[in-house]
Design a binder for this molecule. Structure first.
Ligand code: A2P
Length: 273
């Protein structure tokens, strides 16, 4: 009468692709410190996103998929997808993600979203992107998108970390952007990176909030203080960093925007696994 349902037990858990996700192939992995790495993977043909947005990525852990939100660090025109990740001790996803190598599969849900997009800002002369730690990731995308340079004459990205080695990804990415065949010329002329460390001596020390307040940031760049007429901001870091940086921008007359209500600055928490 009825046959039994045939259950294929030949595949391992790693072969299973849960509903709503695609399995992408890792094409490159680079570790910067014991805790920080970037990787690239294939991009589903039908996948569209705006530079600066995030997606859910994950792995099968045992029989269960585990997902976390990750900013896409590559620009929207790139044929692959890039991510910048921290390894959280005992982090349910990152503990496993930190061990991936070329050829491995990473799960992705194809629904991008986020507030750190050019559409959420009104046009201005200058765009400041303030980041700490892995908060640099969405800016790695935006600084490689020609649209950012269509909208702003000058692009300043700040990256502050505890230690110098944690700045390697932003330093490398900005240097590579300036050599890139598509946006190299724009980036070479109009993109500037400002870095600082807080727990290791370096050429520039201090939290970004301290450097904004003291005026050291603007002095170093040879730029006037923040002005709502000309300046726009994007902020990505820990909750505390967002709160403090946002307060500084608001005190200087900039107002927070959103996708449906563009204004002078936008914020988003840096995602950690
Ligand atoms: P600090 O070393 O003084 O805490 P974390 O890894 O904790 O997210 O920190 C990343 C960077 O962000 C560190 O340089 C840290 O400085 C800095 N930071 C932490 N909290 C704030 C804040 N409220 N405002 C600005 N920078 C912050």
């Amino acid at each position: 009468m009825h046959g039994m349902n045939v259950v294929d037990l030949s595949g391992t858990a790693a072969d299973v692709v849960p509903a709503g996700a695609t399995a992408e192939t890792v094409t490159e992995v680079q570790h910067y410190t014991d805790d920080l790495f970037r990787f690239r993977m294939t991009r589903p043909a039908s996948f569209r996103f705006r530079s600066g947005e995030f997606v859910m990525i994950g792995l099968m852990v045992g029989e269960k998929p585990i997902y976390r939100a990750y900013s896409i660090a590559s620009p929207s025109w790139d044929e692959e997808l890039e991510f910048f990740s921290i390894k959280v001790p005992d982090g349910p996803l990152t503990e496993h993600l930190a061990k991936i190598s070329v050829g491995d599969k990473v799960l992705m849900k194809k629904k991008p979203t986020g507030t750190l997009v050019n559409d959420a800002l009104i046009t201005g002369k200058r765009l400041y992107m303030f980041s700490t730690g892995t908060g640099f990731a969405p800016f790695a995308s935006l600084i490689r998108d020609p649209e950012t340079y269509d909208k702003f004459d000058e692009v300043i990205v700040t990256h502050s970390c505890r230690f110098k080695a944690e700045l390697a990804y932003s330093i490398d990415t900005v240097a590579a952007a300036k050599e890139d065949p598509l946006i190299g010329e724009l980036a070479a002329e109009r993109l500037r990176l400002f870095t600082s460390t807080t727990r290791e001596p370096s050429d520039r020390m201090g939290r970004i909030t301290t450097l904004i307040e003291s005026g050291e940031l603007f002095e170093a760049l040879g730029l006037p203080p923040l002005d709502p007429e000309t300046d726009r901001g994007m902020i990505c870091g820990s909750m505390a960093m967002l709160k403090d940086t946002k307060a500084l921008l608001e005190a200087r007359g900039l107002t927070e925007g959103a996708n449906n209500k563009p204004a002078e600055f936008v914020i988003e928490r840096a995602f950690v696994g």
